[in-house]
Design a protein around this ligand. Sequence first.
Ligand SMILES: Nc1nc2c(ncn2[C@@H]2O[C@H](COP(=O)(O)OP(=O)(O)O)[C@@H](O)[C@H]2O)c(=O)[nH]1
Ligand SMILES: [Mg+2]
Length: 354
Amino acid sequence: MVIVATAEWRKIPTVLLPQEIIDKSFRRASKMSGLVDDPDKYHRVRKQMNRMVQSSSDTIATTLLDWVSKWPSLNSLSDFDQALIDASVGADEYRKNLGAIQWGAEQIRKISGRIQSEMLRIRKIEEFHNSRRSAYGRFASVLEQLGPELEWLNRARDVLRELPSIDASDPCIVVAGSPNVGKSALITALSSGDPEVAAYPFTTKRLHLGHFVHRRRKYQMVDTPGLLDRPNDQRNAIEMQAIAALENVGDVVLFLIDPSGSGGTDLDEQFSLLDEVKTLIRARKILLIHSKSDLHFEGSIPGAIKVSSIESFGLEELRERLVHEIDADAVGDPLELPEGWHREDNEIKEVLFD
Ligand SMILES: Nc1nc2c(ncn2[C@@H]2O[C@H](COP(=O)(O)OP(=O)(O)O)[C@@H](O)[C@H]2O)c(=O)[nH]1
Ligand SMILES: [Mg+2]
C-alpha cells in the first residue's frame, strides 16, 4: 500500500537543466576528491579519481531520482486529477518523460560501476585521469540526451500547478449552469475566505474553487466553466472525460437558473441545459438554485432554492441543505470518521491507495 499526500504533489520543484546538474555534481566531486589523503601519489590519484566518479554519479542519479519521486504515479491519483493531467499535458507523455529520467539515472549508475571496476585494473597514474575524464564525458552525454525530457517536465510542472486541486477525501459540490448565471459569485459568497482561482485545461476561462467548513468538515465547491455550461454537441472526448471525473469527485451538483435574463441565456435554453446535465451526471443528486433572486422575476421556479449572492440571501439555508444532502449520502460510508473524531481544517489529507 502506498500513501500519497494528495495536496503535496502540486508543489513539485523545478528541475535543474542538464548543464546545471553537471556543474553541481562535478563541483561537489572535486570537493570530495580534495578530502582524499594518501602520502603515496599513485594511491592518492587512484582514490581521488575513484571518489570523483563515485561522487558525481551519486549526485546526478540522486538528483534525478529524488525529482522523479516527487511526481505522483498517475494511478495513485483520483480520476479527476488523472483526467486533468491527461487533458493538459497528456498521460502517455507524462509517463514516458518520467520513465526517461529514471532510465537516465540507471545509465549513470551503470557507467559509474563499469568505470570503477576498470579502475581496479589500471596501473598508470595518467590512466586514472583518463578514466575519470571518460566517465565525466559519458555522464554529460546521458544528461544532454535527457534535455528534451527535462524541459518537457518543467513545462508540464508549470501547467499542473495551475490546475484545480480537489481533495477526493472531502465532500465536493459541483456548480453548474449557463454562463453568467452567477456560479462564481455563489462560490465566492459561500466560501470562507477567498476562493482559489484555477485553470481547466479545456478552456481559457478561469474557474473558482472554494470551500466552507461545517462541524470541522470541509465542503469543497468547484466551478465548471467550459464544461457544464453549454450544449453538448460541441464537447470533445477530453471534456467528456473531465465531466465523468467531475461526477466522480462531486457529491452534489448545484444547477443555477437565472430567470432574470441578466445572464444573456433565456430560460428555455437554461432548462434544456439542465436536462443535458441530468443525463451527463446521472449518478448525482442535482439541487436546483434560483440565482440572483434579488432581481425582478414574475413567477417562480418549482423546487428551486432562491438565493442572491449579492444580497447574501438564502445562503445559510443552502449551506444547511448541502450539508444535509451530503451527510444523508454518507450514511454507512466506511471512510466516515467515528463519532467524536475531528479532522483539522488545514491538515494535509492522506489518501490510501492499493
Ligand atoms: N443582481 C445580482 N447579480 C449577480 C448575482 N450573482 C452574480 N451576479 C452578477 O452576474 C454576473 C455573472 O456572475 P458570475 O458569478 O461571473 O457568473 P458565472 O459565469 O455563472 O460564474 C456578474 O456580473 C455578477 O456580478 C446576484 O446574486 N445578484
Ligand atoms: Mg464563472
